[in-house]
Design a protein around this ligand. Structure first.
Ligand code: TRP
Length: 380
């Protein structure tokens, strides 16, 4: 035995664990993924996966979480699992570098959730601002499903089961990561250092934090019909860009226009790189010049939209083409997911061993416990 009742082997394992940098993130399969997902998290994940800075990357399809507010719609969730998997691969997530898996296939996550429930109060859950908004949006006020209400706890299980250090997500997920951090601190305080406290990794550009819908509304959502999907055809993308919300008071080309709340410029902030000017709009040096001209007056919406369309097509075409390739061999996608689930399950099971030990519910692999009981009952 070394420090704190841990064996030397265990101490070594935990010290290594602390050094490992592990990424984990996921999406609910309630629809195809759109460009809000892309700039908010997907693009960054692929960069992180390829950066060589992380020891492991886990990306998963949160079907069990999707069911918490789609319990009557299992077919929708089932259909979208493969859509999301295709979107992942199309964006460049690579199963040889990242473990891609399906949440419901990892029963260890349920077990962890059950134990974490003891560490969280109802009033703490009620304060979660993202869950609050979602309850309103779904008209759940008077009949909140318990599973939905407690999904932040299950999300803490998703994160900690894989000892994630880094969770790249959009801004709306901040309360979930905070909740996970609290659970980790409380668990470690009560049961001893066992779990790893995760950190959130937000997009570094404000436009990417929450990309508005093409109608200028705060959020891209399927029900509002204001999404540009990664799998949209070139025509669909062009149509959507053309009809995009701009400055409603910018009626004539010579009028001064507003940049704030102007979706076309928000999208440019998220997608435009300096080299795009040389390629598609050489009259301007950079985005600041373009914005200044628009604000001054004399720059028409159509010209800016045409520029944005070029950029969107350049970004989305390779994704769309890769998706088509992957669509040709669907069985191999399920095969890849199954392998991912096996790998993920092993990782989660190893964490669960530690959790059960820390919580003293590991009756059958603890020889010391049996010896202790023998002593107790033999009257020693
Ligand atoms: N709540 C996330 C979303 O709606 C999906 C999710 C579930 C997730 N578990 C997670 C994201 C763990 C990051 C880490 O997009």
């Amino acid at each position: 035995m070394a420090e704190n009742g841990y064996t030397n082997k265990e101490l070594k394992k935990y010290k290594n664990m602390a050094k490992e940098k592990i990424i984990l993130t996921g999406d609910r399969p309630t629809g195809r993924l759109h460009i809000g997902h892309y700039v908010g998290s997907l693009r960054r994940r692929v960069e992180l996966q390829n950066s060589g800075l992380y020891d492991k990357t886990f990306v998963f399809i949160a079907d069990a979480q999707a069911l918490t507010d789609n319990m009557e719609n299992p077919e929708k969730v089932r259909q979208n699992v493969i859509e999301v998997a295709l979107d992942y691969l199309a964006c460049g997530l690579d199963p040889t570098k990242s473990t891609i898996f399906i949440q419901s296939q990892i029963p260890e996550l349920c077990e962890l959730t059950f134990y974490y429930m003891d560490l969280v109060t109802v009033s703490r859950l009620q304060r979660n601002p993202t869950v609050k908004t979602e309850i309103q949006m779904r008209n759940f006020e008077t009949s909140i499903p318990v599973g939905f209400f407690t999904y932040p706890i299950s999300q803490a299980a998703d994160i900690t089961a894989f000892r994630a250090t880094t969770v790249p997500v959009g801004e709306d997920q901040e309360p979930m990561i905070e909740q996970a951090r609290e659970i980790v601190r409380r668990f470690n305080y009560i049961y001893g250092e066992t779990l790893v406290e995760p950190e959130i990794l937000l997009p570094d550009n404000a436009a990417c934090l929450r990309l508005p819908g093409t109608d200028g509304k705060a959020k891209m959502s399927k029900s509002l019909g204001n999404c540009i999907y990664l799998s949209d055809t070139a025509d669909e993308v062009q149509k959507k860009v053309k009809s995009m919300y701009t400055d409603p008071d910018h009626l004539r080309v010579q009028d001064p226009g507003k940049i704030e709340g102007n979706t076309v410029f928000t999208y440019l902030d998220a997608f435009c790189r300096p080299e795009h000017f040389g390629l598609y709009l050489p009259e301007y040096l950079n985005l600041d010049e373009l914005k200044a001209h628009y604000q001054r007056g004399g720059l028409g919406d159509m010209k800016v939209k045409k520029f944005l369309n070029e950029i969107m097509q350049e970004t989305l075409e390779p994704i769309r083409n890769r998706r088509k390739e992957f669509e040709k061999d669907i069985p191999s996608i399920y095969d890849m997911l199954k392998k991912g689930c096996d790998t993920a399950r092993e990782a989660a099971a190893s964490t669960l061993d530690d959790v059960r030990k820390a919580m003293k519910i590991n009756y059958f692999d603890d020889e010391e416990l049996i010896a202790e009981q023998v002593r107790k009952f033999s009257g020693e």
